[in-house]
Write a protein that binds this ligand. Structure first.
Ligand SMILES: [Zn+2]
Length: 427
């Protein structure tokens, strides 16, 4: 394996460390998929987010306990994604802390799982691929794009505690352990986001509305439509705080007002650019397949380290915007009655001069490193059940080759775990 060097370099963001962001304010980065923050007050401490596993939460708590022995009296969830809410029992220790979240606290995962009938199995299989669950580290799973590749897995999802206080107003000021915090509703990666503003020390805890990667406007595990415009508006809201420290849900904190203004403006501009270019194309009657290839960020944004496609991806976002606004139909009447994959495969193979001839083309494409074409041709052979074993073997190799060129960690993981799953069908 020879992973994309930019993706490998991104792993520097996930070195395990506890960072003092301001007097009495600490962030634990690199211990889990997501960051945990601790704010030490007079007679207690506030925890913001709790990671995805009880084991990672225990490791972080052990580090925090080297700094203070004050009880963790309040836990705030920035949003309901599982990588932020699953270590609460660890921080609760013996007591029952207050747990604060938005009044619309509900994960997009839960939305999918609770549908009737729920496509929960599909979501589970795709989630495993997105995060490269059973891949080896570091050869296969380099990192998560916005988190380390080698986090503990014990107690995954086990430490969730339900919120005890739901925030209903757009802005709520609370004082806990002598610390005054503004909790502000900030829909973005999820509709249920709240950000936390520590005004005294000018520290803004942004949840997942910012991390150092192009934003994940669509998660390939499967997700309901994420509201692009709401996220862009929220970035304007975050800019309005003029924070000196930006403490994100993932990746390293950003220090310095000018730097924070720069990254948040870039983030907003990137989202708005994708929306405007996609809408312009849609209004020219172009479909998602065309737009996924034609919409891109200008170099001035695309080259920024905090907009590299380690986690979100522009082309997937374009497709998500199209599907989220106009739905699945691309507008081309041909696609109102598409052939089944097997019908298309049979006809295409015949057109190519038969299955033997198509297999020759597959091998030629592989030699030319035209891996996407290998995938598309082998899918025809597999759908038609012709040279199936050879086609699957060639597809596995192409998936692995694409994984190594891919800068997006979720894409890389998805290719590699899919390759493994397909390889298993050859036994
Ligand atoms: Zn997250």
């Amino acid at each position: 394996m020879n992973p994309n060097p930019e993706l490998v370099a991104q792993s520097q963001q996930f070195e395990k460390q506890v960072i003092e962001l301001a007097p009495g304010v600490y962030g634990a980065v690199g211990f889990a998929a997501s960051n945990v923050y601790m704010l030490i007050g007079d007679d207690g401490a506030v925890i913001i987010d709790t990671t995805e596993t009880t084991k990672a939460a225990e490791n972080i708590k052990a580090e925090f306990r080297k700094i203070t022995d004050k009880p963790f009296t309040t836990i705030i969830y920035t949003h309901s994604h599982r990588d932020h809410i699953s270590g609460a029992t660890v921080f609760a220790e013996e007591g029952q802390p207050e747990i604060i979240a938005s009044d619309n606290f509900e994960s997009d995962l839960v939305v999918i799982e609770q549908r009737h009938p729920a496509p929960g199995k599909a979501l589970m299989a795709r989630t495993k691929r997105q995060f490269g669950m059973s891949l080896s580290f570091p050869d296969e799973r380099v990192n998560l794009g916005i988190g380390p590749g080698d986090r503990p897995m014990e107690g995954m999802g086990a430490g969730f505690m339900a919120p005890t206080l739901h925030i209903t107003d757009d802005k709520t000021t609370i004082t806990r352990a002598g610390i005054t915090l503004e909790l502000v509703k900030a829909p973005g990666e999820t509709p249920d986001h709240i950000v936390v503003w520590l005004k005294d020390k000018e520290v803004l805890f942004s949840g997942d509305n910012f991390y150092s990667s192009f934003p994940n406007l669509y998660a390939i595990r499967g997700t309901p439509y994420r509201d692009f415009n709401a996220w862009a508006d929220t970035l304007d809201l975050l800019l309005g705080f003029n924070a000196k420290v930006l403490a994100p849900g993932h990746t390293m904190p950003v220090i310095g007002a000018d730097k924070i203004t720069g990254v948040l403006s870039d983030y907003r501009d990137a989202i708005k650019h994708v929306v405007s270019q996609t809408v312009e194309g849609m209004n020219k009657q172009l479909g998602p397949d065309v737009l996924a290839h034609s919409v891109s960020l200008p170099d001035s944004l695309a080259n920024k380290p905090h907009l590299k496609e380690f986690y979100g991806k522009v082309s997937w976002s374009v497709r998500a915007y199209f599907a989220g606004t106009l739905g699945w139909f691309d507008g081309n009447p041909t696609n109102l009655g598409s052939l089944s994959p097997q019908q298309r495969a049979d006809k295409t193979i015949r057109l190519a001069g038969g299955a033997d001839s198509m297999l020759v083309s597959v091998k030629k494409a592989a030699q030319d490193n035209d891996h996407q074409w290998v995938l598309e041709l082998t899918d025809h052979l597999i759908a038609a059940d012709k040279h199936t074993r050879d086609a699957k073997t060639m597809k596995v190799a192409a998936l692995r080759a694409l994984a190594d060129t891919e800068i997006n960690a979720t894409g890389r993981n998805y290719y590699l775990l899919s390759a493994k799953e397909l390889e298993d069908t050859l036994d």
